[in-house]
Ligand binder design. Sequence first.
Ligand code: ROI
Length: 159
Amino acid sequence: MSRAWIGLGSNLEQPRRQLEQAFEALAGLAESELLARSSLYRSAPMGPADQPDYLNAVALLQTRLEPLALLDQLQAIENDQGRRRERRWGPRTLDLDLLLYDDLVMDHPRLRLPHPGMAERDFVLLPLLEIAGDLEIPGQGKASRLLAKCQSRTAEKIA
Ligand code: ROI
């Protein structure tokens, strides 16, 4: 069994409902068990500012799915929830990012691990730290230290 950390984000079509529904879908994934989920966090958009605030959260799965098989499942959940995305860094109904998979470091055309950019994003690190205070990101150090270095800090817990 492996441990996989998933980042959830939404800023369209009732973000809270999108995230709750995504947690349910993650809990129902084959060959996997949802071990933990963070609270929901509201954050200002990173990227173009002319879009709604985001809700973000993190989930921890225990899984027998290999990384790319898990990625397929995450993309299927995004599509099921009617994901639409018109422009790069624009608003989205549901984003599920595979953040970490055990201590794996990989660079595949479809999947880079750890997720690039996660170490600079407070809306990823804060929920991650809530459910794994001691977490170390392969090659980058402790999540708590990375959060302290984040340039922009807008994420706040809402539930
Ligand atoms: N900004 C925030 N605050 N939260 C996100 O999940 C998020 N996701 C994205 C971009 C557009 C980079 N900005 C974001 O993909």
